[in-house]
Design a protein around this ligand. Structure first.
Ligand code: ZN
Length: 125
């Protein structure tokens, strides 16, 4: 599956909105292609007191729930359609859930694909 398709899948679940007095959700969406060929989607949840989480976390939770943890490709899309790189925590999180995920491809901006290994070149183990 090409990144273009993953981009469209991620973009399709963008739904930025205020979900309560102090919380927002859906301004970033992610599509993850896993080793089993399935695509897992997620959106961010932004709450006070750092209780929310990134869209990557939501997609990874769905993937793990489905019994998968090997990530092949990841793309994150901001509400305006811009491709954005995963934050440092998500890079680490992706790396920690499967020993081979450092090889996964991440589209970090238009026409630029890096691996987690590129993004985390010196990892602790
Ligand atoms: Zn993140």
């Amino acid at each position: 599956m090409k990144f273009e398709e993953l981009y469209n899948i991620a973009k399709s679940v963008l739904n930025p909105k205020q979900i309560s007095k102090n919380s927002y959700a859906g301004s970033v969406a992610v599509a993850i292609l896993s080793d089993n060929g399935k695509v897992y989607k997620g959106v961010c949840i932004d709450t006070p007191c750092s209780m929310g989480f990134c869209a990557e976390h939501a997609a990874i939770a769905a993937m793990i729930t489905d019994g998968e943890s090997r990530v092949k490709k990841v793309i994150a899309v901001y509400q305006d359609g811009t491709i954005i790189p995963p934050c440092g925590r998500c890079r680490e999180f992706i790396c920690q859930i499967h020993d081979d995920n450092y090889k996964c491809e991440v589209m970090v901006k238009d026409n630029t694909v890096l691996t987690i290994n590129d993004l985390l070149p010196v990892r602790w183990e």
